[in-house]
Design a protein around this ligand. Sequence first.
Ligand SMILES: Nc1ncnc2c1ncn2[C@@H]1O[C@H](COP(=O)(O)OP(=O)(O)O)[C@@H](O)[C@H]1O
Ligand SMILES: [Mg+2]
Length: 235
Amino acid sequence: MSLLRAENVTAGYGEMDILHGVSIEVREGEIVALIGPNGAGKSTLMKTIFGLLKPRSGRIWLGERDITGLEPDQIVRLGVCYVPQTDNVFPSLTVKENLEMGAFILDEKNLDARIERVYSVFPDLKRFHNTKAGMLSGGQRQMLAMGRALMLDPHVLLLDEPSAGLAPKLVELIFEKIKDINATGVSILMVEQNAKQALKMADRGYVLATGRNRFEGTGEELLNDPQVAKLYLGG
Ligand SMILES: Nc1ncnc2c1ncn2[C@@H]1O[C@H](COP(=O)(O)OP(=O)(O)O)[C@@H](O)[C@H]1O
Ligand SMILES: [Mg+2]
């Protein structure tokens, strides 16, 4: 069943269109990878889905509900969380404070149970409970960014380049964590530069180029498509 769907979305900045009628969907329980060259519009699509950018035309659906034009805080309340590509933690706040900030829209005063649940997914973070996020390594920081999103117990998680800038071992670790999160029932849409690895773990994937859909299929189909391999996976 379709959980999150962008339908024929046109969006951009100022006068300029970046997305020209893009359509993608995430079905219940899936990991969906969004790949494509730099500047293709992948982050723009994520921002448009999350309400940070208003589409000029097209619609965004969450299940049966039309969420086109809603603000990010409304979309968060509907169970969709977004981890941006950069500046996704507060460096001067501790790990604990960052996690608490992640849940700022909740009325809940006592967030300890939620924080413990995040630590059960990312045990490494627990040691740094009172450490400022700015002191963490790149990998730890990325886990914290995902942890902040998990504080809200989302149904869908939008991850923009979760493995960016990480050493290969850490890329693997982050991907393992994404699989773990998915296994708890969270559907995932992720943008990735590590396209091969992302497609290996994804149920399905989309290739975007110059703001348009180019290819789509199961992770395996895209990996085995000679054109996709040649153009987008480095041969
Ligand atoms: N805030 C912005 N204002 C104007 N142009 C932008 C902005 N953000 C991105 N762009 C442009 O939109 C295009 C797509 O960018 P982006 O969605 O970040 O691509 P990707 O994530 O696929 O690398 C690029 O040409 C980029 O320069
Ligand atoms: Mg991007």
